[in-house]
Design a protein around this ligand. Structure first.
Ligand code: PMP
Length: 432
Protein backbone atom coordinates (compact mmCIF):
# COMPACT_ATOMS: atom_id res chain seq x y z
CA UNK A 1 0.00 0.00 0.00
CA UNK A 2 1.44 3.39 -0.89
CA UNK A 3 1.40 6.45 1.36
CA UNK A 4 -1.01 8.13 -1.07
CA UNK A 5 -3.64 5.42 -0.84
CA UNK A 6 -3.74 5.97 2.93
CA UNK A 7 -4.43 9.66 2.47
CA UNK A 8 -8.16 10.34 1.97
CA UNK A 9 -7.51 13.80 0.51
CA UNK A 10 -5.25 12.73 -2.36
CA UNK A 11 -7.80 13.54 -5.07
CA UNK A 12 -8.36 17.01 -3.65
CA UNK A 13 -4.78 18.26 -3.36
CA UNK A 14 -3.58 21.02 -5.67
CA UNK A 15 -1.01 20.08 -8.26
CA UNK A 16 1.66 22.12 -6.50
CA UNK A 17 1.62 19.88 -3.44
CA UNK A 18 2.91 16.98 -5.52
CA UNK A 19 6.45 18.38 -5.47
CA UNK A 20 6.48 18.73 -1.69
CA UNK A 21 8.73 16.31 0.16
CA UNK A 22 10.09 16.22 3.69
CA UNK A 23 13.48 17.97 3.68
CA UNK A 24 16.59 15.97 4.54
CA UNK A 25 17.03 18.21 7.55
CA UNK A 26 13.54 17.79 8.97
CA UNK A 27 13.72 14.03 8.60
CA UNK A 28 16.95 14.08 10.60
CA UNK A 29 15.83 16.47 13.30
CA UNK A 30 14.41 14.04 15.86
CA UNK A 31 17.27 11.60 15.75
CA UNK A 32 19.98 14.27 15.60
CA UNK A 33 18.68 15.99 18.69
CA UNK A 34 19.22 12.93 20.91
CA UNK A 35 21.88 13.87 23.47
CA UNK A 36 24.25 11.00 22.65
CA UNK A 37 24.41 12.08 19.02
CA UNK A 38 26.89 14.79 17.97
CA UNK A 39 24.81 16.76 15.55
CA UNK A 40 26.76 18.36 12.73
CA UNK A 41 23.43 18.46 10.89
CA UNK A 42 21.30 21.35 12.22
CA UNK A 43 22.15 24.85 11.07
CA UNK A 44 20.83 26.75 14.08
CA UNK A 45 22.53 29.92 15.29
CA UNK A 46 24.23 29.95 18.69
CA UNK A 47 21.70 32.16 20.49
CA UNK A 48 23.22 31.26 23.88
CA UNK A 49 25.93 33.82 22.99
CA UNK A 50 23.34 36.62 23.26
CA UNK A 51 23.11 38.90 26.34
CA UNK A 52 19.83 37.28 27.39
CA UNK A 53 19.34 39.27 30.60
CA UNK A 54 19.76 42.59 28.80
CA UNK A 55 17.33 41.45 26.12
CA UNK A 56 14.81 40.39 28.78
CA UNK A 57 14.98 43.90 30.30
CA UNK A 58 14.52 45.46 26.87
CA UNK A 59 11.46 43.36 26.08
CA UNK A 60 9.93 44.02 29.51
CA UNK A 61 10.41 47.74 29.00
CA UNK A 62 9.01 47.54 25.48
CA UNK A 63 5.74 46.04 26.72
CA UNK A 64 5.55 48.43 29.68
CA UNK A 65 6.09 51.59 27.64
CA UNK A 66 4.95 50.75 24.10
CA UNK A 67 2.73 47.73 24.72
CA UNK A 68 -0.35 49.20 23.05
CA UNK A 69 1.40 49.46 19.70
CA UNK A 70 3.79 46.52 20.16
CA UNK A 71 0.79 44.21 20.59
CA UNK A 72 -1.15 45.71 17.70
CA UNK A 73 -1.29 45.12 13.92
CA UNK A 74 0.86 47.33 11.72
CA UNK A 75 1.03 48.14 8.01
CA UNK A 76 1.77 45.26 5.62
CA UNK A 77 5.18 46.64 4.70
CA UNK A 78 6.34 46.56 8.34
CA UNK A 79 7.25 49.07 11.02
CA UNK A 80 8.86 52.17 9.52
CA UNK A 81 11.40 52.62 12.31
CA UNK A 82 12.59 49.08 11.79
CA UNK A 83 12.84 49.65 8.04
CA UNK A 84 15.03 52.69 8.68
CA UNK A 85 17.31 50.63 10.91
CA UNK A 86 17.43 47.89 8.29
CA UNK A 87 18.92 50.47 5.92
CA UNK A 88 21.75 51.03 8.45
CA UNK A 89 22.35 47.29 8.69
CA UNK A 90 22.46 46.94 4.89
CA UNK A 91 24.88 49.87 4.69
CA UNK A 92 27.43 47.68 6.54
CA UNK A 93 27.71 45.78 3.26
CA UNK A 94 27.59 48.84 1.04
CA UNK A 95 23.89 48.68 0.18
CA UNK A 96 22.31 52.13 0.22
CA UNK A 97 18.56 51.77 0.42
CA UNK A 98 15.58 53.79 1.51
CA UNK A 99 13.08 52.55 4.09
CA UNK A 100 10.38 52.99 1.44
CA UNK A 101 11.76 50.10 -0.61
CA UNK A 102 12.21 47.67 2.28
CA UNK A 103 9.50 45.12 3.10
CA UNK A 104 9.74 43.42 6.50
CA UNK A 105 9.02 39.69 6.32
CA UNK A 106 8.59 36.72 8.65
CA UNK A 107 12.24 35.70 8.31
CA UNK A 108 13.93 35.83 4.94
CA UNK A 109 12.15 32.54 4.32
CA UNK A 110 8.88 34.46 3.78
CA UNK A 111 10.78 36.86 1.54
CA UNK A 112 11.84 33.90 -0.61
CA UNK A 113 8.25 32.73 -0.78
CA UNK A 114 6.99 36.19 -1.76
CA UNK A 115 9.62 36.57 -4.47
CA UNK A 116 8.73 33.12 -5.81
CA UNK A 117 5.03 34.04 -5.89
CA UNK A 118 5.72 37.31 -7.68
CA UNK A 119 7.90 35.79 -10.41
CA UNK A 120 7.31 32.06 -10.84
CA UNK A 121 4.62 30.42 -12.93
CA UNK A 122 4.59 26.61 -13.03
CA UNK A 123 7.38 25.37 -15.29
CA UNK A 124 9.41 28.59 -15.13
CA UNK A 125 13.16 28.16 -14.86
CA UNK A 126 15.16 29.33 -11.87
CA UNK A 127 18.94 29.22 -11.88
CA UNK A 128 20.40 28.24 -8.52
CA UNK A 129 23.83 27.34 -7.31
CA UNK A 130 24.59 23.65 -7.08
CA UNK A 131 24.31 22.94 -4.18
CA UNK A 132 21.64 25.37 -2.93
CA UNK A 133 19.92 26.29 0.34
CA UNK A 134 17.37 23.55 0.99
CA UNK A 135 14.69 26.02 2.17
CA UNK A 136 14.87 27.91 -1.12
CA UNK A 137 14.59 24.66 -3.08
CA UNK A 138 11.46 23.88 -1.05
CA UNK A 139 9.93 27.24 -1.96
CA UNK A 140 10.79 26.80 -5.64
CA UNK A 141 9.32 23.28 -5.63
CA UNK A 142 6.09 24.57 -4.07
CA UNK A 143 5.96 27.23 -6.81
CA UNK A 144 6.45 24.45 -9.39
CA UNK A 145 9.62 25.99 -10.78
CA UNK A 146 12.15 24.05 -12.78
CA UNK A 147 15.47 24.54 -10.98
CA UNK A 148 18.63 24.41 -13.10
CA UNK A 149 21.83 24.26 -11.05
CA UNK A 150 24.98 26.19 -11.87
CA UNK A 151 28.07 24.61 -10.26
CA UNK A 152 29.98 26.36 -7.49
CA UNK A 153 33.73 26.37 -6.96
CA UNK A 154 35.93 27.69 -4.15
CA UNK A 155 35.29 31.28 -5.30
CA UNK A 156 31.53 30.88 -5.43
CA UNK A 157 29.48 31.08 -8.59
CA UNK A 158 31.53 31.73 -11.71
CA UNK A 159 30.37 34.23 -14.33
CA UNK A 160 31.49 31.82 -17.07
CA UNK A 161 29.42 28.97 -15.63
CA UNK A 162 26.44 31.33 -15.34
CA UNK A 163 26.85 32.51 -18.94
CA UNK A 164 27.15 28.91 -20.11
CA UNK A 165 23.97 27.87 -18.27
CA UNK A 166 22.01 30.77 -19.75
CA UNK A 167 23.35 30.09 -23.26
CA UNK A 168 22.61 26.40 -23.16
CA UNK A 169 19.05 27.09 -21.96
CA UNK A 170 18.66 29.66 -24.74
CA UNK A 171 19.66 26.98 -27.27
CA UNK A 172 16.59 25.04 -26.05
CA UNK A 173 14.42 28.15 -26.34
CA UNK A 174 14.25 28.56 -22.56
CA UNK A 175 15.04 31.57 -20.40
CA UNK A 176 15.39 31.71 -16.61
CA UNK A 177 13.33 34.16 -14.58
CA UNK A 178 16.02 34.73 -11.97
CA UNK A 179 19.25 33.53 -10.47
CA UNK A 180 19.04 32.60 -6.80
CA UNK A 181 22.39 33.02 -5.06
CA UNK A 182 23.88 33.07 -1.55
CA UNK A 183 27.15 34.94 -2.22
CA UNK A 184 28.51 34.96 1.35
CA UNK A 185 29.47 31.92 3.45
CA UNK A 186 27.17 29.78 1.40
CA UNK A 187 24.62 27.43 2.90
CA UNK A 188 25.48 24.58 2.38
CA UNK A 189 28.77 24.95 0.45
CA UNK A 190 30.65 27.25 2.86
CA UNK A 191 32.24 29.20 -0.03
CA UNK A 192 32.12 32.95 -0.75
CA UNK A 193 31.85 34.66 -4.11
CA UNK A 194 35.14 36.44 -4.79
CA UNK A 195 35.20 40.24 -5.05
CA UNK A 196 36.22 40.07 -8.72
CA UNK A 197 33.32 37.83 -9.65
CA UNK A 198 30.62 40.02 -8.12
CA UNK A 199 30.37 42.78 -10.73
CA UNK A 200 30.90 40.18 -13.45
CA UNK A 201 27.95 38.06 -12.23
CA UNK A 202 25.73 41.15 -12.16
CA UNK A 203 26.90 42.14 -15.65
CA UNK A 204 25.94 38.70 -17.05
CA UNK A 205 22.49 38.95 -15.43
CA UNK A 206 21.93 42.47 -16.76
CA UNK A 207 23.08 41.57 -20.26
CA UNK A 208 20.54 38.72 -20.40
CA UNK A 209 17.89 40.66 -18.47
CA UNK A 210 17.69 38.07 -15.71
CA UNK A 211 17.03 39.13 -12.13
CA UNK A 212 19.27 38.13 -9.25
CA UNK A 213 17.79 37.15 -5.90
CA UNK A 214 20.65 37.79 -3.49
CA UNK A 215 20.03 35.93 -0.23
CA UNK A 216 22.44 37.22 2.40
CA UNK A 217 21.76 36.06 5.96
CA UNK A 218 25.43 35.40 6.83
CA UNK A 219 27.22 38.39 5.24
CA UNK A 220 28.21 40.04 8.54
CA UNK A 221 29.56 36.79 9.98
CA UNK A 222 32.94 36.78 8.23
CA UNK A 223 36.00 35.73 10.24
CA UNK A 224 38.89 37.25 8.35
CA UNK A 225 37.98 40.40 6.52
CA UNK A 226 35.46 43.19 6.07
CA UNK A 227 32.23 42.18 4.31
CA UNK A 228 32.44 42.08 0.50
CA UNK A 229 30.17 44.53 -1.33
CA UNK A 230 26.75 42.99 -1.87
CA UNK A 231 25.70 42.20 -5.46
CA UNK A 232 23.00 44.81 -4.91
CA UNK A 233 25.69 47.52 -4.84
CA UNK A 234 26.35 46.83 -8.56
CA UNK A 235 22.76 47.15 -9.79
CA UNK A 236 19.70 49.14 -8.73
CA UNK A 237 17.50 47.40 -11.25
CA UNK A 238 18.41 43.71 -11.42
CA UNK A 239 19.03 42.63 -7.84
CA UNK A 240 16.44 41.80 -5.19
CA UNK A 241 18.22 41.67 -1.84
CA UNK A 242 17.11 39.47 1.07
CA UNK A 243 18.32 40.01 4.63
CA UNK A 244 17.60 38.53 8.04
CA UNK A 245 18.11 39.11 11.75
CA UNK A 246 18.13 35.34 12.34
CA UNK A 247 21.92 35.05 12.44
CA UNK A 248 22.93 38.51 13.64
CA UNK A 249 20.33 38.62 16.41
CA UNK A 250 17.83 35.80 16.97
CA UNK A 251 16.20 33.29 14.62
CA UNK A 252 13.19 32.79 16.90
CA UNK A 253 12.01 36.35 16.32
CA UNK A 254 11.41 35.55 12.64
CA UNK A 255 12.31 38.99 11.32
CA UNK A 256 13.80 39.32 7.86
CA UNK A 257 13.37 41.65 4.92
CA UNK A 258 13.45 42.15 1.21
CA UNK A 259 14.82 45.25 -0.50
CA UNK A 260 13.50 45.46 -4.04
CA UNK A 261 13.01 47.92 -6.90
CA UNK A 262 9.80 49.96 -6.26
CA UNK A 263 7.54 48.16 -8.76
CA UNK A 264 8.48 44.75 -7.34
CA UNK A 265 8.24 46.03 -3.77
CA UNK A 266 4.58 47.00 -4.32
CA UNK A 267 3.70 43.50 -5.44
CA UNK A 268 5.60 41.99 -2.53
CA UNK A 269 3.63 44.10 -0.05
CA UNK A 270 0.27 43.14 -1.60
CA UNK A 271 1.15 39.46 -1.48
CA UNK A 272 2.49 39.67 2.05
CA UNK A 273 -0.73 41.34 3.21
CA UNK A 274 -2.67 38.47 1.64
CA UNK A 275 -0.39 35.96 3.38
CA UNK A 276 0.12 37.34 6.92
CA UNK A 277 -1.66 40.78 7.01
CA UNK A 278 1.47 42.24 8.56
CA UNK A 279 4.70 40.99 10.09
CA UNK A 280 4.52 40.54 13.88
CA UNK A 281 4.80 43.92 15.57
CA UNK A 282 6.15 42.56 18.86
CA UNK A 283 9.22 41.01 17.30
CA UNK A 284 9.77 43.96 14.96
CA UNK A 285 9.79 46.33 17.91
CA UNK A 286 12.05 43.96 19.82
CA UNK A 287 14.55 44.22 16.97
CA UNK A 288 14.23 48.02 16.99
CA UNK A 289 14.95 48.15 20.74
CA UNK A 290 17.84 45.74 20.30
CA UNK A 291 19.41 47.84 17.56
CA UNK A 292 18.89 51.06 19.54
CA UNK A 293 19.82 49.92 23.03
CA UNK A 294 22.24 47.03 22.72
CA UNK A 295 25.66 47.30 21.08
CA UNK A 296 24.68 45.07 18.15
CA UNK A 297 27.89 45.59 16.21
CA UNK A 298 29.83 44.34 19.24
CA UNK A 299 27.45 41.42 19.55
CA UNK A 300 28.18 40.49 15.94
CA UNK A 301 31.87 40.42 16.89
CA UNK A 302 30.98 38.02 19.71
CA UNK A 303 29.11 35.79 17.25
CA UNK A 304 32.05 35.87 14.85
CA UNK A 305 34.41 34.67 17.57
CA UNK A 306 32.02 31.90 18.63
CA UNK A 307 31.76 30.66 15.06
CA UNK A 308 35.42 31.17 14.22
CA UNK A 309 36.46 28.97 17.15
CA UNK A 310 34.08 26.26 15.97
CA UNK A 311 35.13 26.57 12.33
CA UNK A 312 38.76 26.14 13.42
CA UNK A 313 37.87 23.08 15.49
CA UNK A 314 36.05 21.56 12.53
CA UNK A 315 38.82 22.23 10.00
CA UNK A 316 41.53 20.99 12.40
CA UNK A 317 39.60 17.79 13.08
CA UNK A 318 38.87 17.18 9.39
CA UNK A 319 42.53 17.75 8.53
CA UNK A 320 43.70 15.38 11.25
CA UNK A 321 41.22 12.55 10.81
CA UNK A 322 39.47 12.36 7.44
CA UNK A 323 40.50 9.42 5.25
CA UNK A 324 42.46 10.12 2.05
CA UNK A 325 40.25 11.02 -0.89
CA UNK A 326 37.90 13.14 1.24
CA UNK A 327 37.89 16.88 0.46
CA UNK A 328 36.10 19.83 2.02
CA UNK A 329 35.63 23.57 1.69
CA UNK A 330 37.30 26.16 3.95
CA UNK A 331 34.64 28.65 5.03
CA UNK A 332 35.76 32.19 5.85
CA UNK A 333 32.53 32.82 7.76
CA UNK A 334 29.07 31.45 8.42
CA UNK A 335 28.17 27.97 9.67
CA UNK A 336 28.92 25.31 7.06
CA UNK A 337 31.56 23.01 5.58
CA UNK A 338 30.79 21.01 2.44
CA UNK A 339 32.47 17.63 2.29
CA UNK A 340 33.06 15.49 -0.79
CA UNK A 341 33.55 11.82 0.06
CA UNK A 342 35.93 9.39 -1.62
CA UNK A 343 34.77 7.90 -4.92
CA UNK A 344 32.06 5.28 -4.46
CA UNK A 345 30.81 6.38 -1.04
CA UNK A 346 27.18 7.47 -0.89
CA UNK A 347 26.41 9.87 1.96
CA UNK A 348 22.72 8.99 1.98
CA UNK A 349 23.35 5.25 2.16
CA UNK A 350 25.98 5.82 4.86
CA UNK A 351 23.70 8.00 7.00
CA UNK A 352 22.09 5.25 9.16
CA UNK A 353 25.56 3.92 9.96
CA UNK A 354 26.67 7.37 11.00
CA UNK A 355 23.61 7.75 13.22
CA UNK A 356 24.44 4.40 14.78
CA UNK A 357 27.95 5.75 15.41
CA UNK A 358 26.23 8.75 17.05
CA UNK A 359 27.07 11.47 14.58
CA UNK A 360 24.63 13.31 12.30
CA UNK A 361 25.17 15.24 9.07
CA UNK A 362 22.93 16.23 6.18
CA UNK A 363 23.39 14.17 2.99
CA UNK A 364 24.19 16.23 -0.10
CA UNK A 365 21.20 15.12 -2.19
CA UNK A 366 18.90 17.41 -0.19
CA UNK A 367 20.69 20.45 -1.58
CA UNK A 368 20.03 19.71 -5.23
CA UNK A 369 16.76 19.66 -7.13
CA UNK A 370 17.98 17.00 -9.54
CA UNK A 371 19.43 14.12 -7.53
CA UNK A 372 23.08 15.23 -7.57
CA UNK A 373 25.12 15.26 -4.36
CA UNK A 374 25.34 11.56 -3.44
CA UNK A 375 29.04 11.83 -2.63
CA UNK A 376 28.59 15.07 -0.70
CA UNK A 377 27.43 16.12 2.76
CA UNK A 378 26.92 19.28 4.79
CA UNK A 379 28.55 19.66 8.17
CA UNK A 380 27.47 22.50 10.44
CA UNK A 381 29.71 23.76 13.24
CA UNK A 382 27.59 26.61 14.63
CA UNK A 383 26.24 24.92 17.74
CA UNK A 384 28.42 22.20 19.36
CA UNK A 385 31.38 23.23 21.48
CA UNK A 386 34.81 22.59 19.91
CA UNK A 387 35.47 19.32 21.77
CA UNK A 388 32.13 17.91 20.59
CA UNK A 389 32.92 18.95 17.03
CA UNK A 390 36.22 17.08 17.32
CA UNK A 391 34.44 14.01 18.66
CA UNK A 392 31.79 14.22 15.93
CA UNK A 393 34.43 14.34 13.20
CA UNK A 394 36.28 11.44 14.85
CA UNK A 395 33.12 9.33 14.72
CA UNK A 396 32.39 10.38 11.14
CA UNK A 397 35.93 9.58 9.98
CA UNK A 398 35.52 6.08 11.50
CA UNK A 399 32.26 5.55 9.61
CA UNK A 400 33.84 6.64 6.31
CA UNK A 401 36.81 4.35 6.92
CA UNK A 402 34.43 1.46 7.53
CA UNK A 403 32.63 2.26 4.29
CA UNK A 404 35.90 2.31 2.38
CA UNK A 405 36.94 -1.00 3.85
CA UNK A 406 33.59 -2.56 3.07
CA UNK A 407 33.77 -1.29 -0.49
CA UNK A 408 37.33 -2.59 -0.90
CA UNK A 409 36.13 -6.00 0.29
CA UNK A 410 33.28 -5.99 -2.25
CA UNK A 411 35.52 -4.83 -5.07
CA UNK A 412 38.10 -7.51 -4.35
CA UNK A 413 35.31 -10.07 -4.63
CA UNK A 414 35.62 -11.12 -1.00
CA UNK A 415 32.80 -11.91 1.35
CA UNK A 416 31.09 -9.18 3.24
CA UNK A 417 33.43 -8.20 6.01
CA UNK A 418 32.21 -8.58 9.58
CA UNK A 419 30.59 -5.41 10.85
CA UNK A 420 33.54 -3.23 11.79
CA UNK A 421 33.36 -1.96 15.34
CA UNK A 422 29.70 -2.98 15.29
CA UNK A 423 28.90 0.17 13.30
CA UNK A 424 27.33 -1.34 10.20
CA UNK A 425 23.64 -1.93 10.79
CA UNK A 426 20.39 -1.88 8.89
CA UNK A 427 18.70 1.49 8.60
CA UNK A 428 16.42 2.16 11.53
CA UNK A 429 12.83 3.29 11.02
CA UNK A 430 12.49 6.74 9.51
CA UNK A 431 16.15 7.03 8.65
CA UNK A 432 17.82 6.85 5.26
N1 PMP B 1 18.50 31.75 3.37
C1 PMP B 1 19.53 31.01 3.78
C2 PMP B 1 20.71 30.85 2.89
C3 PMP B 1 19.51 30.40 5.04
O1 PMP B 1 20.55 29.67 5.44
C4 PMP B 1 18.36 30.58 5.86
C5 PMP B 1 18.26 29.93 7.23
N2 PMP B 1 18.85 28.74 7.41
C6 PMP B 1 17.32 31.36 5.38
C7 PMP B 1 17.43 31.95 4.14
C8 PMP B 1 16.07 31.60 6.18
O2 PMP B 1 16.34 32.35 7.28
P1 PMP B 1 15.27 33.11 8.16
O3 PMP B 1 13.91 32.78 7.60
O4 PMP B 1 15.45 32.60 9.53
O5 PMP B 1 15.58 34.55 8.00
Amino acid sequence: MTGDSLDPYTALYAQRTHGLTVSEIRALFAVASRPEVVSLAGGSPNVAALPLDAIADTVRDLIATEGASALQYCGGQGDVRLREHICDVMAEEGVLGSAEDVVVTVGSQQALDLVARVFIDPGDIILAEGPSYVGALGVFAAAEADVVHVPLDADGLSPDALEEAITSLAAQGRKPKFLYTVPNFHNPAGVTMSAARRPAIVAVAERHNILIVEDNPYGLLGFDQEPQPALRTYSDTHVIYLGSFSKTFAAGLRVGWVFAPPAVREKLVLLSEAEVLCPPMLTQKTVVRYLEQIAWRDQIKVFREVYRERRDAMLDALGAMMPAGTTWTHPAGGFFVWVTLPEGIDSKVMQPRAIHARVAYVPGVGFYADGQGRREMRLCYSLPPPDRIHEGVRRLAGVIEDELELRATFLSGGQRAPAHSGRIVDPGPGIG
